[in-house]
Ligand binder design. Structure first.
Ligand code: NAP
Ligand code: GDD
Length: 359
């Protein structure tokens, strides 16, 4: 067994190119860790979110190492884990889009679910003395049986994504109980940021608000406006992930703000921020969001409805507050402002590049 106390802390991060992977890597590097990240081959660059952290591997004292691998390929994981000899492993990689999981259920089950088993087996077979974090999700609560949801609330997964996450959750717990592994589940409620993927609802809204206000887009098409989520800031949530691996006893934790809001409210906050307060008219699929001049800014497109919806998520983060001394620093108003202003900057930059606007 490698001795984790005698050497630099070495973190291995799957999903390093994603929203959370980029914030976590910033945090770990700032704490002096050596970080190994798994990236996957793609036909175009997929490292935008971590390009600012890139270190030339030819230089001395490099602390960020990137390797090609895939959660569907056990051999790649074994090879990278053996090379990195991590003291902490953060499994953030997943097919993470709930709606898309209905289109590619088998792939989602393989990567988001069985991928966790491949990682746990790599750790076990290589006999690594490492701590393991699994990115579990509030989607597990699905058709909720109590509100707010805590570590003891039963799961009722409502999508192939959530079913795959359930496998990952229970496998992580099982390896802890079976092999005494330091393996924990962070049951994270939705968390967002300017780095959020553009097809998740918050970013889709903040980006559209910015672009509509700049005349670069006419209409935003959305699905269920009444879904409620407990939205926090990704930067806060990666701090909680790290804290979960620093405690004495491995355990599972809910990470949430303790507030819930509708998609409709998030629209109102973002459009207000760009000076376009919304007036809602009509109902159900015919509902529209009108701007100050009566222009239609938001329409419903039923293609964004899900075969089974998660109507209400609201987390109870009191265990994390008590045992991890963690609490959120950014609540929804500030989050919406942060995302809209970042999207305004990006859209203005794009407009200048496309010759639509001048600097
Ligand atoms: P994200 O932005 O979608 O990032 C997902 C990451 O996984 C990306 O780096 C992606 O690589 C990688 N990936 C996808 N398929 C892979 C495969 N087959 N092999 C290796 N890597 C693969 O997700 P996120 O928002 O950062 O979330 C991080 C984790 O937390 C995910 O597991 C997600 O399910 C979970 N989670 C997220 C939230 C949330 O609200 N954000 C809440 C609870 C749980 P590419 O960049 O190449 O696509
Ligand atoms: N994506 C999307 N696009 N969602 C929409 C839209 C739309 O046009 N219109 C309404 N919604 C509603 C969805 O139906 C859902 O109820 C809610 O907005 C949030 O959708 P997403 O932003 O796609 O996130 P999610 O809650 O399904 O899943 C995210 O959070 C989970 C944690 O609870 C993802 O990050 C998952 O990976 C994560 O586990």
């Amino acid at each position: 067994m490698s001795d984790s106390t005698q050497r630099t802390k070495v973190a291995l991060v799957t999903g390093i190119t994603g929203q959370d992977g980029s914030y976590l890597t910033e945090l770990l590097l700032s704490k002096g860790y050596e970080v190994w990240g798994i990236i996957r081959r793609s036909s175009s660059f997929n490292t935008d979110r971590i390009d600012h952290l890139y270190q030339d591997p030819h230089e001395p004292n490099v602390r960020l190492h990137l390797r090609y691998g895939d959660l569907s390929d056990a051999s790649s994981l074994l090879k990278i884990f053996a090379e990195a000899q991590p003291t902490e492993v953060y499994n953030l990689a997943a097919q993470s889009h709930v709606k898309v999981s209905f289109d590619i259920p088998e792939y989602t089950a393989d990567v988001t679910g069985v991928g966790v088993v491949r990682i746990l087996e790599a750790i076990r077979q290589l006999n690594l003395n490492t701590r393991f974090y699994q990115a579990s999700s509030s989607e597990l609560y699905g058709k909720v049986t109590e509100t707010p949801q805590s570590e003891t609330t039963p799961f009722w997964p409502r999508s192939p994504y959530a079913c795959a996450k359930a496998l990952g959750f229970y496998m992580t717990r099982n390896y802890r109980e079976s092999y005494g592994m330091f393996a924990v589940n962070g049951i994270l409620f939705n968390h967002e940021s300017p780095r959020r993927g553009e097809t998740f609802v918050t970013r889709k809204i903040s980006r559209a608000a910015a672009r509509i206000s700049l005349g670069m887009q006419e209409t935003l098409y959305l699905g269920n406006l009444d879904a409620r989520r407990d939205w926090g800031f990704a930067g806060d949530y990666v701090e909680a992930m790290w804290r979960m691996l620093q405690v004495d006893d491995p355990d599972d934790f809910v990470i949430a703000t303790g507030e819930t809001h509708t998609v409709r409210e998030f629209c109102e906050l973002c459009f207000q921020e760009v000076g376009l307060p919304i007036e809602w008219k009509g109902s159900e699929a015919n509902e529209v969001g009108l701007g100050p001049d009566g222009q239609v800014m938001i329409r419903i497109d039923p293609k964004y409805f899900r075969p089974a919806e998660v109507d209400l998520l609201l987390g109870d983060p009191s265990k994390a507050r008590r045992l991890l001394n963690w609490s959120p620093t950014v609540m929804l108003d500030e989050l919406a402002k942060m995302m809209v202003h970042s999207d305004l900057d990006l859209s203005k930059h794009e407009a200048i590049e496309r010759g639509i606007a001048t600097a």
